[in-house]
Design a protein around this ligand. Structure first.
Ligand code: ADP
Length: 290
């Protein structure tokens, strides 16, 4: 049973940009990766799920709840970490959580205290609870963002591009936190960073130009590319020729020389070697269509 059902969702902005163009996705409990380049429509989708924006057509159901109609009900079970959020610099993590909990209606002091302590532990911020938020690193701020999003014990947690600007250690810590939350919550992780989805999300979708290009299990999808993916190191001045002749999905430099990855149903020979698909190749095979 899918817990969140998005059907034929469309949105065109006043300037004519079709940000969502018939998105249909069934999202189960667990960590779900929504991967796409900048401008793909991820934030528009996240904001619509978070009841902050309206769609032109389509429907979204969280279990029996109609997300587009029953906004107040949805907000009670929703946690949202937007792409950018401000924090008051001169307040401690603990004090702000208490303050936000009061705003959420958790007025019983004992209950609130227990909840705030639990969230500080969960997000690994307990040791820093007396520190001003202004002194927090990028990773600590993001974890605080999760702590505040968890105040309402959400059934649906939406995190929009959370790892931009985090160093590898902070990123790892953040992944672990999201993985733990995915055990009993729908966690949607929107990102343009392939690395974020790798090994983390049992279910994912790739979107671009407001459309779903691929959905499913990343490992199965990668396996489907096997036998069709080839790589070759080529001279710099031949890159354009190769792009004309082959379906080049990625080119990157290795020791100063371009290495191209191509998709081909037959063995191209000519010095190309077969390679196994990684998530990056899967992503580029959908984004770079010929
Ligand atoms: P992503 O989060 O994947 O980068 P967005 O949902 O932010 O994508 O944007 C999708 C498209 O819609 C882009 O072309 C963007 O320029 C456009 N867009 C986003 N917000 C607005 C807006 N408020 N008004 C007009 N166009 C917008």
């Amino acid at each position: 049973m899918s817990a969140l059902k998005i059907s034929n969702l469309s949105k065109t902005y006043a300037n004519g940009v079709k940000a969502l163009n018939g998105i249909t996705l069934d999202i189960p409990i667990g960590l779900f990766g929504l991967l796409g380049p900048n401008g793909a429509g991820k934030s528009t989708l996240m904001r619509t799920l978070a009841t902050l924006q309206v769609a032109d057509a389509g429907s979204i159901y969280l279990g029996p709840l109609n997300v587009l109609e029953e906004k107040q009900e949805i907000r009670k079970v929703l946690g949202y970490l937007p792409q950018e959020f401000g924090l008051y610099p001169k307040i401690t993590a603990e004090d702000l959580l208490h303050h936000l909990a009061i705003l959420k209606g958790i007025t019983h002091k004992g209950t609130r205290k227990a909840l705030v302590q639990e969230l500080l532990h969960k997000t690994n911020l307990y040791e820093k609870k007396k520190h001003y938020l202004g002194s927090f690193s990028g990773g600590m701020k993001q974890r605080f963002g999760i702590a505040q999003a968890l105040l309402s014990n959400p059934k649906l947690l939406i995190v929009d591009e959370p790892t931009a600007g985090l160093d590898p250690m902070e990123r790892n810590r953040f992944y672990n936190l999201l993985s733990a939350l995915g055990e009993d919550t729908i966690v949607i992780l929107s990102t343009h960073i392939v690395e974020d989805v790798k090994e983390l999300c049992p279910e994912m979708a790739i979107i671009n130009q407001g459309k779903v290009l691929m959905k499913g299990n990343p490992i199965t999808a990668m396996e489907e590319l096997n036998g069709r993916l080839y790589q070759k190191s080529i001279p710099k001045n031949e890159l354009e020729d190769y792009k004309t002749a082959f379906h080049v999905i990625a080119d990157k430099y290795y020791l100063g020389q371009p290495v191209i990855s191509i998709l081909s149903d037959i063995d191209p020979g000519d010095g190309f070697v077969a390679i196994a698909a990684g998530l990056e190749e899967l992503y580029f095979s959908h984004i770079q269509t010929k």
